[in-house]
Design a protein around this ligand. Structure first.
Ligand code: NAG
Ligand code: NAG
Ligand code: NAG
Ligand code: NAG
Ligand code: NAG
Ligand code: NAG
Ligand code: NAG
Length: 295
């Protein structure tokens, strides 16, 4: 009687566990992730009479696929879906304690939003089913990667600011703000790297003088925001003082060469005719120039 009650309780808990929504875990692109799964029964697990297979319900596959299989205590991956080849590991030394966790390695963008679960079957010494569960440890994996800190560049000829960020996943949300709130950018360009699956984003926005613009990149899976602020005012001051300095250099050069020319002309005149009509002021300017240019 006690045994019957405990089986009933076990069955109830099975129904319960298959009805709960899948557990969500976040993995980082290129890294490994543990899909946790442990049997909560006090009955000892005999690995030689244990069969299970981790199964995947991929986003773009109609049929469920085998991820990693154990038949009567032996790993057998003849029917493994090729996408998982060399990327899975179970812990055989932990099976007897009911730990059926799976390590999935080298996460790819194609792993994003895959739901994994375990089919589990335990027999007793007479090949009778002791325990069985068709959808245990239901887990959905989300794959993500941090974006690089955005870079903001300002184009003063077109009065536009551009924000770029690279190497993240999934598609980010990009926003521009200034002191007064949200700005209205052009449609951002997003490109996906065909190899790694990571994304680059760039967005441009019209700017005006003396603005402080911030570009923020939000990764929806990691809930991570990275932002960069640029002040268009500062750059403008730098640019105009640069122009002033440039004008100054040109002006000095023009005046200088004019004086040298006058001086040269005067010395030519001194060699020939009398130069009294040039006047004392011009004479003193010329002697200064002649002194510095050693003529
Ligand atoms: C076992 O218990 C843990 C912790 O209470 C729970 O997270 C896990 O889902 C349970 N496993 C199964 C197969 O029900
Ligand atoms: C898996 O690993 C084996 C042995 O290291 C190797 O020969 C095989 O090419 C690998 N398969 C894949 C799909 O990476
Ligand atoms: C299962 O085994 C793995 C690998 O040793 C370990 O990381 C994990 O914590 C174990 N889980 C439990 C519930 O003991
Ligand atoms: C930015 O300015 C250009 C003209 O310089 C205009 O054609 C374009 O519509 C503006 N873009 C936005 C998003 O306001
Ligand atoms: C994304 O940006 C990186 C760094 O600038 C570059 O190496 C890579 O080629 C870009 N990817 C694509 C698909 O444009
Ligand atoms: C920008 O700032 C400079 C220096 O503070 C100021 O001279 C100029 O009038 C400002 N321009 C605008 C459009 O506010
Ligand atoms: C930019 O990031 C900092 C943290 O690095 C945060 O405190 C700030 O609120 C963010 N600014 C915007 C406009 O998102």
């Amino acid at each position: 009687m006690a045994r019957l009650i405990s089986i009933c309780i076990w069955l109830l808990s099975v129904v319960d566990s298959s009805q709960i929504s899948s557990h969500l875990i976040i993995g980082i692109l290129g890294k490994s992730i543990m899909l946790p799964c442990s049997l909560n029964s006090s009955a000892p697990v005999v690995p030689a009479r244990l069969t299970f297979y981790w199964t995947a319900r991929l986003k773009h596959q109609k049929e469920d696929q085998v991820v990693h299989a154990l038949y009567n205590g032996k790993e057998n991956n003849d029917h493994q879906f090729p996408f998982y080849r060399n990327r899975t590991q179970i812990f055989k030394d932990q099976l007897s304690s009911g730990n059926f966790s799976l390590l999935l390695k080298d996460l790819r963008v194609e792993d994003d939003l895959t739901t994994f679960f375990l089919f589990y079957h335990q027999e007793d010494g007479n090949y009778n089913t002791l325990n069985q569960n068709k959808e245990m440890c239901l887990t959905t994996v989300k794959v993500a990667k941090s974006y690089h800190k955005p870079i903001v560049t300002v184009n003063y000829e077109e009065w536009k600011a551009e924000c770029t960020s690279q190497g993240g996943y999934p598609k980010p949300r990009l926003t521009w703000t200034n002191q007064n709130g949200l700005l209205d950018p052009e449609v951002p360009q997003i490109v996906q790297d065909p190899g790694s699956g990571t994304m680059n984003i760039s967005s441009t926005v019209n700017i005006t003088e003396n603005q402080t613009v911030t570009c923020a990149i939000f990764n929806p899976t990691l809930k991570e925001t990275l932002n960069t602020t640029r002040s268009t005012g500062e750059e403008q001051v730098g640019l105009s003082s640069g122009i002033k300095a440039g004008i100054g250099v040109v002006a000095v050069a023009v005046i200088g060469s004019a004086l040298v020319f006058v001086c040269w002309k005067k010395s030519m005149q001194q060699n020939g005719a009398d130069t009294q009509e040039m006047g004392p002021l011009r004479h003193s300017v010329c002697s200064n120039v002649c002194f510095t240019t050693k003529c």
